[in-house]
Ligand binder design. Structure first.
Ligand SMILES: [Zn+2]
Length: 182
């Protein structure tokens, strides 16, 4: 991942001149007008320079990511973690987290890791699913499957304080389920 780059370069939202909570339609409209002003064809008669092409490519890239709901989730996650509004306190493996089954009939698997403030970092299998990871209960443990994820880690905020933790995730990792959850 290129987390450092987000700090110095324009974000995809800035490139498309939209707010970070913009809807798909707002992003699409902004993309269209940005393209009109920067498409290489439109610039044929003006004095072209490579920065025009570069800008066009950046806008294309921004659109590709922000128009795709799943890619946008991953990008937002990266963006948040690259900012200084919180500190990534720890780096853990998903195997270090505790498992809680949401309920008898529920397919949702919840994962916790205690923050130093006493509250928890939390993620569930639904959220991990949108990032391309699958959780599968297998007897006394939960198995991690990498589906279509192209990131290897997820940054989770604490429920109470501003600390964050980076959780490394990979295929075939196993998270043991505590006895009282079995
Ligand atoms: Zn905390």
């Amino acid at each position: 991942m290129l987390l450092g780059e987000n700090c110095v370069h324009e974000t995809y939202y800035e490139l498309l001149s939209v707010k970070e909570d913009a809807s798909y339609e707002e992003i699409r409209n902004s993309y269209r007008s940005a393209i009109l002003h920067s498409h290489p064809d439109k610039l044929l008669n003006s004095s072209r320079c490579s920065s025009d092409d570069e800008k066009f490519l950046k806008i294309q890239k921004a659109w590709e990511v922000l128009s795709d709901a799943e890619l946008r989730v991953v990008y937002d996650n990266d963006l948040r973690s690259s900012r200084h509004d919180g500190i990534v306190a720890d780096e853990i493996s998903i195997e270090d987290m505790s498992v809680e089954m949401a309920g008898e009939d529920s397919e949702v698997i919840e994962l916790f890791y205690q923050c130093r403030c006493g509250d928890y970092f939390f993620v569930d299998s639904t959220e991990l699913g949108t990032m391309g990871f699958g959780l599968l209960r297998d007897g006394g443990c939960v198995q991690v499957r990498k589906l279509d994820a192209f990131v290897a880690s997820v940054v989770l905020p604490c429920g109470s304080c501003s600390l964050k933790t980076r959780v490394w995730v990979d295929s075939d990792m196993k998270i043991p389920i505590q006895d009282d959850q079995l």
